[in-house]
Design a protein around this ligand. Structure first.
Ligand SMILES: [Zn+2]
Length: 404
């Protein structure tokens, strides 16, 4: 046997020999569970790969994809604002505000690739009608630690904001154990509770520790980075972005009502109770600006894209009393942007990279249909009330608390 042939066979045999081990490592747990465990995640895009991929997209797109700095994470990682398209409608999307919820980053990269490099008529039309702005891996420190929270202590926050000296930590501070991660020696914040509809808000001592049904404070550099993207786009255009989509993951064992099958992506509009928009109530001043209907129309468009591509979508659980103004999507919706939440099933501590490709494609299908419907204007013809007709979510574990 020639040396060349031996080498070729050796190369050919290597992946075959390696396959069973790889499959074994990726096998899902026999019974669905939200119990945290160590699972492989290396197929997801890590921070170094993200930086490399964004540079490649800038070059491959011949300048159509542009990357600038949105901010810097607590541990010094650059947070990217990536733009493609020149259209009048601004479509903003972010991923990995929770670092253990990773498919959104992969989906964003593939959409950037399509919008940046395709010469198809559709891609040209989307670039002409939409300005697509992505903030992938918004919480890069949490993403590198593969955990929900960022990597920021209360003492560090107090150094940045001396007016908070002597105050107890904000309610969304994580310093115990959560989802299999130990925050006791390396605390952090749930960044998606740190937003405030008053975008110029500065932290005040009397507003912490706060509560889930009160606005956040922009204590984290990651929330401030997304705020600066939003405020910058608003200043540039003289109006707020038309769309904001926040890409997340949820519990591992949720099913689509009706089919009783494990769902792929839950979708939602902002959890802000109607009653608080009545005169004298806490959101009354936002009544004419808040975009409940536009948000539901966009959410239905996302659901339709997921369903039409053969994936299982569902309404994410949304009790009429749910009230979370500190979430990015709620703060932006109170400023007039239509906002949608995507909730892919399972987080890295429950599903690892299992179903990664499947879920990433489902997210892309939802986002792509939203882009099409925003581009054509068809989204405005959707009946927002029909949101309630979409299949709901069955919580098979009966969890008292929703982790999104
Ligand atoms: Zn999340």
């Amino acid at each position: 046997m020639s040396r060349v042939l031996t080498a070729l066979l050796g190369l050919a045999l290597l992946p075959i020999a390696a396959a069973p081990a790889a499959y074994a490592a990726e096998a899902p747990p026999a019974a669905c569970s939200d119990e945290p465990r160590d699972l492989p995640i290396d197929e997801f895009t890590d921070y170094r790969e993200l930086v490399g991929e964004l540079g490649r997209l800038e070059r491959a797109s011949k300048g159509r994809v542009t990357v600038k700095t949105a901010g810097t994470s607590t541990r010094g990682r650059r947070i990217h604002q990536v733009t493609v398209g020149t259209g009048p409608k601004v479509f903003l999307v972010s991923s990995e505000i929770h670092g253990n919820e990773k498919t959104g980053t992969d989906a964003i990269l593939r959409i950037l690739e399509y919008l940046g490099t395709s010469e198809s008529r559709e891609a040209q039309r989307l670039r002409r009608t939409i300005t697509f702005v992505a903030v992938p891996k918004l919480n890069p420190d949490g993403a590198e630690l593969d955990r929900r929270g960022n990597d920021l202590s209360w003492a560090e926050v107090q150094r940045t904001f001396p007016q908070l000296a002597g105050r107890p930590p904000a309610w969304n501070y994580l310093d115990t154990q959560l989802q299999g991660d130990d925050y006791r020696t390396r605390p952090g914040f749930d960044v998606n509770r740190d937003f405030n509809p008053e975008l110029g808000y500065l932290p005040r001592a009397e507003d912490v520790p706060g509560a889930p049904d009160q606005p956040g404070w922009f204590l984290t550099p990651e929330a401030r980075a997304l705020r600066s993207v939003y405020v910058g786009l608003t200043a540039q255009r003289g109006k707020v972005p038309d769309v904001y989509v926040d890409l997340h993951h949820q519990g591992a064992c949720v099913k689509q009502a009706g089919s009783n099958r494990f769902l792929d992506v839950g979708i939602d509009y902002p959890p802000l109770p109607d009653k608080f928009f009545e005169p004298g109530q806490k959101y009354a001043k936002y009544r004419d600006v808040y975009t409940k209907d536009a948000s539901r129309q966009l959410a239905i468009s996302g659901f339709n894209g997921i369903r039409d591509a053969g994936y299982l979508g569902a309404r994410y659980p949304h009790d009429a009393a749910r009230d979370l103004p500190g979430q990015a999507r709620c703060s932006f919706a109170l400023n007039g942007t239509g906002t949608v939440l995507f909730e892919v099933r399972g987080q890295t501590q429950t599903l690892g990279q299992w179903h990664r490709e499947h879920f990433t494609r489902a997210v892309i299908a939802g986002l792509t249909n939203m882009l099409r419907d925003v581009s054509s204007g068809a989204v405005t013809t959707i009946d927002p009330e029909s949101f309630d007709d979409l299949p709901g979510t069955i919580e098979t574990l009966g969890r008292a608390e929703i982790v999104e």
